[in-house]
Design a protein around this ligand. Sequence first.
Ligand code: SF4
Ligand code: SF4
Length: 381
Amino acid sequence: MPEISRKSAVYHCDPTGRMERSLIDKLRDLFKKAGGREIFDRGDSVAVKFHCGEEENTSYLNPAFARALVSELKELDTRPFLIDTNTLYRGQRHETAAHLATAHRHGFGPDEIGAPVVISSDFKEVNSSGRAIRVAREFVEADAALLITHVTGHVIFGYAGAVKNVAMGLASPAEKQVMHSDLKPRVKEEKCIACGTCVRVCPVEAVSIREGGKAVIDTETCIGCGECVAVCPVQAIPIHWETEIAVMAEKTAAQCAAALADKRGKTLCFNFLLSVAPDCDCCSWSAPPFVPDLGVLASRDILAIEQASLDLVAGAPLIPGSPLVARYLKKNPPGATSEGVVMPNPGEKFPALFDIDVEVFQAAAEREGLGKREYRLLKVS
Ligand code: SF4
Ligand code: SF4
């Protein structure tokens, strides 16, 4: 009898394309190899989680990938639709009309993709992890899910992958606040230059410049969205990850589990390791990537695909001149050079971006039973 592997299968194609073998071709193969034809049944409604990128972000995923995956789903006579929810912070994806307009401008309109595009503002309670958790109703009520995730760094999570995409991306505004609620950033006065940027971006007017010219955060009013942390030009607003991030990690894993509660065996994940930038696609800017393009992963196991993504990034060379290299060199001057920087611990790449231990999130997701961290990487050439 063949031995049943205890490791989850993760399929991987490299990022190169050539005549008669484009990256889109490879993506179609990944869909089949990872089990698309077994997961999705004729007539299934399939919620395709997407992210169109914030206005003025320039490194969001090319809509051609979503279009190709939607066309694979339609070939199976399923009923795919794209889905996302509005953001907690102010921006062009904070309200539905502006969000849809941004999606359209970025190539994610229904005509361009070949499927309806839903920005949900209707949420359904799912009993999970001992409480009722609110998730986008259209996603919960769909028969199956396909997750399109752009792997990047993230100012609060350290790493933005599939778990964060599902958890934060499909949560109601109230649940987004619950996940962030333990995050109460504080201003390091000695670093603050009183530029006022944090005051302008705060969605709830929790920040002010007090007499003496330093920013101060009213922690009673703060909803923990993290916007001020992301925009401060001199990193004067740090996160205390030892306490705050650990709680957030548990809540995020629980939110993801709620969203996928009735999608066991009916979910296919794609992680794109292309333009792996320090900041996520929610930012209204894009910094250059810090590792070369590493390709695309597909798996039925959301935790395995996360682990494979982290491992691939950990094992990749750093791009000289990238923001991560600059930050790393600042912290570790002796022995490091700007050409071919070698980190003592290669897994430090994501943590080095924002001083956040991404292992905390992986461990929380494992405790929540989202999947296995052990995987087999299977090449699709
Ligand atoms: S103070 Fe910062 S974290 Fe708090 S709500 Fe305002 S922008 Fe968000
Ligand atoms: S963005 Fe940073 S430097 Fe500017 S006022 Fe806020 S805390 Fe100070």
